[in-house]
Design a protein around this ligand. Structure first.
Ligand code: 13P
Length: 254
């Protein structure tokens, strides 16, 4: 079975004290994850070290970066490289979140470089894709997402692409409380899997975990995660509350 993943994306939220408390609360819940389940906390860079300390001993819990820079090293003041993350024992990195694409002008080409930097440094990229409301209204979402995948991922070898997680996050469902329906989610996830399978073979397509993101909460997680091609979720707002996120972890398929 594919890896089932509950990933928290804290974005730019929480003080250090709140972060510490939240991580402790989730750890103290003593959730027994199954072999194929993974819990990931994408925290601000500043908190990666403490996150690793607090969750390091919990089985199947990992800290993740929310971003990395596309260059290897050098005079890029304020940026963080994939090699630095690797040197701090970080094993996952979000790449191409829609907020990065929109506010920081990250193009599909820049994201393909970030994917390369991650893979060179043994970081598993969680590659985010998804369409705006305008694209959905024009019924162009499938070709739009396919282009995002093609432009940023299709230079990878078959072996490389299996070391990657995809997160489908329709922009119109992020932070809006408006979750995509299970029919919309399953349809897009199956499409993403078929795009990968057509390029790399079904064996590869079948191996890649595809997460759904966009207003996932404790009350809708189980229904969303139960869709055939949904392998968990990337959670924003609801991951900032321990009890909500604990319930979301518990909603993962076994
Ligand atoms: P929300 O769960 O707050 O809608 O955010 C989703 C998201 O952007 C996760 O990366």
């Amino acid at each position: 079975m594919r890896k089932q993943i509950a990933a928290a994306n804290w974005k730019m939220n929480l003080s250090f004290q709140q972060a510490d408390q939240l991580l402790n609360s989730v750890v103290d819940a003593g959730i027994a994850t199954k072999e194929n389940q993974q819990v990931i906390f994408a925290v601000p860079f500043l908190y990666l070290s403490i996150a690793n300390q607090l969750i390091g001993t919990v089985k199947n819990f990992n800290a993740a970066s929310q971003n990395c820079y596309q260059k290897k090293e050098g005079a890029f003041t304020g940026e963080i490289s994939a090699a630095m993350l690797h040197s701090m024992n970080i094993s996952y990195c979000l790449v191409g979140h829609s907020e990065r694409r929109e506010y920081f002008n990250e193009s599909n080409e820049i994201l393909s470089e970030k994917i390369d930097r991650c893979l060179e440094n043994d970081l598993t990229p969680i590659f985010c894709c998804g369409e705006s409301l305008t694209i959905r209204a024009a019924d162009q979402q499938k070709t739009f997402v396919e282009t995002q995948l093609r432009d940023s991922l299709f230079h990878l070898s078959k072996e490389q692409i299996t070391n990657l997680v995809i997160a489908y996050e329709p922009i119109w469902a992020i932070g809006t409380g408006k979750t995509a329906t299970t029919i919309q989610v399953q349809e897009m996830h199956a499409h993403i899997r078929s795009v990968i399978s057509n390029q790399y073979g079904t064996d590869t397509g079948d191996k890649i975990s595809i997460l759904y993101g966009g207003s996932v909460k404790a009350s809708n997680a189980k229904e969303l995660f139960n869709c055939d091609d949904v392998d968990g979720g990337l959670v924003g707002g609801a991951s900032l509350q321990a009890e909500e996120f604990i319930q979301i972890i518990k909603a993962l398929k076994c």
